[in-house]
Write a protein that binds this ligand. Structure first.
Ligand code: NAI
Length: 335
């Protein structure tokens, strides 16, 4: 039986890294029936909406998607397709494992960095509720609900328990946003109290940023509202070698969309320079989700072997290989 998976190549470096991930997954021998759908800045302009119905239909039918990045116009234009997708499909948990890769030279290469970020994915300042109160005065509404906060906290604690993680750190700014972040924090405390076997701590987001840079090895599971989760994910990626390597998953009750943390990287798009590790590693998460655990472990081991050898790496992590050459090396390492 082949697993149906919607494939969204996206735009910018998306098509390059999506092709690489598709090849790597196929090379594991797991049978996937890929259903490619188009989603890009160009498609949005053509159809007049950020999220065409056929894309939603395909993901709802397949229940699993692998997605490349999609460009969002800055300070105007269409809404973020990523935010719309997560909201429309109720993909409430954004899960991002941040781990050091063997052999990869980074500023922090001597530290055992291994954390998982849980970012609430449907509300906060990403609710898209903005308006101009009067000329030159703009307002964005930050929405925090008990429902969404309890849901992401439950997800993070359940994950911690199932994966033998020992500590959850809730990150907030409840000293200033006493109502909204205060509610998020109260929900985290409530869920933490139901899981006494997992250590629970709280950290204000500015301090958390400093601690992540100074002592990244002390973090285990991070639990954050949407905006802080977005920012801290990129910061954490920087600790282990950059955006080219950190994978991610957007999880709903039934639907899962796997995508890297990085964006469409217009500065390097179309030149064969992009590092596909992040999306290939997102595919590893997808294979686990499909319960193809052996194939997932083989693919992860192949990525790690290529990094440990250090001969066929892309430019962002100090090598000279192209996207394709790196992917070929991973596929060769699978054997
Ligand atoms: P970005 O993540 O695209 O790029 C930031 C920096 O990291 C750039 O220097 C880029 O070259 C580098 N980089 C990113 N991925 C890389 C890879 N795989 N290999 C090598 N280098 C890589 O962030 P930026 O420039 O802020 O955003 C560009 C566009 O992407 C924006 O329109 C943004 O809205 C969109 N975006 C989309 C996301 C998604 O579809 N999930 C997520 C984040 C941003």
């Amino acid at each position: 039986m082949a697993y149906p998976v919607t494939l969204i190549a996206g735009d910018g470096i998306g098509p390059e890294v999506a092709a690489a991930a598709q090849r790597a997954v196929d090379a594991t021998g797991v049978k996937i029936e890929w259903h490619p759908v188009e989603l890009s800045a160009a498609v949005m302009a053509k159809v007049g909406t950020e999220l065409p119905e056929n894309v939603l239909e395909s993901i709802r039918r397949d229940k699993v998607a692998l997605k490349g990045p999609v460009t969002t116009p800055i300070a105007g234009g269409f809404k973020s397709v990523n935010v719309s997708l997560r909201k429309k499909l109720d993909l409430f948990a954004n899960v991002r494992p941040v781990k050091r890769l063997p052999g990869l030279k980074t500023r922090y290469m001597d530290l055992p960095i291994d954390m998982v970020i849980f970012r609430e994915n449907t509300e906060d300042l990403y609710s898209g509720l903005e308006h101009e109160v009067v000329k030159d005065v703009a307002q964005s509404l930050k929405i925090i609900t008990r429902y969404a906060s309890i849901r992401i906290a439950n997800y993070a604690f359940e994950y911690a328990k199932a994966n033998h993680r020992h500590k959850v750190t809730a990150v907030h700014k409840a000293n200033i946003m006493k109502l909204s972040d205060g509610l998020f924090l109260r929900c985290c405390r409530e869920v933490a109290a139901q899981h006494p076997e997992v250590t629970y701590e709280e950290m204000i987001v500015d301090n958390a940023s400093m601690q992540l840079v100074m002592r990244p090895e002390t973090f285990d599971v991070l639990l954050l509202p949407n905006l802080y989760g977005d920012i801290v994910s990129d910061l954490a990626a920087g600790l282990v070698g950059g955006l080219g390597i950190v994978p991610g998953a957007n999880m709903g009750e039934e639907i899962a969309v796997f995508e890297a943390v990085h964006g469409s990287a217009p500065d390097i798009a179309g030149r064969g320079l992009a590092n596909p590790t992040a999306l290939i590693a997102s595919s590893v998460m997808m294979l686990r989700h499909l319960r193809e655990v052996e194939a997932a472990e083989r693919l992860q081991a192949a990525i790690e072997r290529v990094y440990a050898e250090g001969k066929t790496l892309t430019g962002d992590v100090g090598g000279t290989a192209s996207t394709e050459q790196f992917t070929d090396a991973v596929i060769a390492a699978l054997a």
